[in-house]
Design a protein. Structure first.
Length: 251
């Protein structure tokens, strides 16, 4: 049985029930777009864009703006290009199948990175410095990253496959942004309903729906096992412990 095949069946880019590959509601997303306030003609980059849903929302909010989606997952890039075509944005939103840390173009009006800090060798501090360098003076950054809502229990750490120092507090995350020369304009966090809906729709939900529809498949047992492990890790471990913050930052 192939772990790679199981991961592919449960992958986010192919999950058409996921609008965002992050715990985020429509109302919360709209608030982020408003806070980022992209101006007409703005140049926007999303580092680790996935299929670029938030990038396209930002471009749609600013007439004449353009967006660069930087993403290494070919399945996500393919989905993003299809969505851009469907929404008549193919001439304004381009996807670059390259690592976030390898995209050195600058002068953007807005740089975005949600849940992709690990793409930089030094994690969050390096990501924030790179995003700061990617925007012009007076530009903005939208940065989404994890933090501990409370002291992680052994079960939470096991469920995430994480170490205690993988994340800090929300205030520590804000201080890291400030150390990179960025000033917080708006700080919001994913609420519990956003987290529950995301986990239910992502790996757990997609894997469970596939297993119910394919009881005799050779991968059935492996997918069911993966789903059960994810469910136990979330509901019995990191639910309410791992937070996701969205920082809108000015330069």
């Amino acid at each position: 049985m192939s772990d790679e095949e199981i991961r592919a069946l449960m992958s986010a880019p192919g999950n058409d029930r996921l609008t965002w590959n992050t715990p985020l509601s429509e109302a919360h997303a709209a608030q982020l777009v408003t806070a980022c306030a992209p101006a007409p003609g703005a140049r926007i980059a999303d580092f680790g864009s996935g299929w670029g849903e938030l990038l396209m929302r930002l471009v749609e909010a600013a007439p004449g703006s353009t967006g660069d989606g930087i993403e290494t997952d070919p399945e996500a890039v393919g989905r993003g290009r299809r969505l851009a075509e469907e929404r008549a944005l193919a001439d304004r939103v381009r996807f670059h199948e390259t690592p976030a840390a390898g995209h050195t173009e600058g002068g953007y009006d807005l740089a975005v990175s949600i849940g992709s800090a690990q793409a930089w060798p030094g994690g969050t501090p390096d990501a924030l410095k790179a995003l700061r360098a990617a925007v012009r003076p007076g530009g903005r950054v939208l940065f989404g990253d994890g933090f501990w809502e409370r002291e992680p229990s052994p079960a939470a750490l096991e469920g995430l496959g994480a170490e205690p120092d993988d994340f800090g507090s929300l205030l520590e995350l804000i201080r890291q942004a400030e150390a990179a020369g960025l000033r917080p304009l708006q700080v919001t966090v994913a609420d519990q309903r956003e987290w529950d809906l995301f986990e239910s729709a992502a790996n757990i939900g997609r894997g469970e729906r596939w297993a119910l529809a394919n009881p005799g498949h050779r991968l059935h047992a492996g997918v069911t096992e993966a789903v059960d492990a994810r469910r136990s890790g979330y509901y019995g471990g990191y639910r309410g412990t791992l937070g996701l913050a969205y920082l809108v930052l000015g330069t």
